[in-house]
Design a protein around this ligand. Structure first.
Ligand code: FE2
Length: 157
C-alpha cells in the first residue's frame, strides 16, 4: 500500500528495503567497531584518536537512524536486534584492537564494505527512480569516500 502511495512498486520497495536492512546491520557493526576502538585504543596518539573515534561513532548513530527511517518510509520494518544484525552484516567485526594503525585500517575496511552495499543500492534505486533512497546513498557515499581519504592520509598512504 505504501509503495502505491509513493508511486513505487511493492516488489521494488520490498527488494530495496532488504538491501537497506543489510546496510543498516552493517552500519551497526561499523558503529560497534568504532566504540571498540574508542575504548581500547592505546599509545601516544590516544587523546587524538579517542576523540576522533567518538566523532565518527556519533555521526554513525545519525546515519543508522536515517537508514532505518528510510525503510519505514518505504513501508517496511528496520532490523533492530543484535541477532539480525549479526546475521545480515557485511562489515568485519574488529575485536581487541588497541594499535592505532590497526584501528584506522579497521575503519577503512568497514567503509569499503559499506560503500559496496551503498553502490548496489544507488544503482537499484536509480533504476526505480526512487530519489529518496538514491540521494541518501549519494550523501553517504560522498561523505564516506572523504573519510577514507582522511584515514588513508593518516596512515601515510
Ligand atoms: Fe567515551
Amino acid at each position: 500500500m505504501r509503495a502505491a502511495i509513493l508511486g513505487l512498486s511493492e516488489a521494488y520497495t520490498s527488494e530495496v528495503s532488504e538491501g537497506l536492512n543489510e546496510l543498516l546491520a552493517s552500519f551497526q557493526t561499523y558503529y560497534q567497531n568504532l566504540r571498540g576502538i574508542h575504548w581500547n585504543i592505546k599509545g601516544k596518539q590516544f587523546f587524538e584518536l579517542h576523540v576522533k573515534f567518538e566523532e565518527l561513532y556519533t555521526d554513525a548513530t545519525i546515519k543508522v537512524d536515517d537508514i532505518a527511517e528510510r525503510i519505514l518510509t518505504l513501508g517496511e520494518i528496520p532490523l533492530h536486534t543484535f541477532e539480525d544484525y549479526k546475521q545480515k552484516s557485511k562489515v568485519t567485526v574488529g575485536k581487541n584492537v588497541t594499535k592505532d594503525e590497526v584501528a584506522v585500517q579497521l575503519i577503512i575496511d568497514s567503509l569499503t564494505s559499506l560503500l559496496q552495499l551503498e553502490r548496489q543500492l544507488l544503482e537499484l534505486s536509480g533504476e526505480a527512480n526512487d530519489e529518496g533512497t538514491n540521494s541518501l546513498m549519494s550523501d553517504l557515499i560522498a561523505e564516506q569516500e572523504k573519510t577514507v581519504w582522511m584515514m588513508a592520509s593518516w596512515l601515510g598512504e
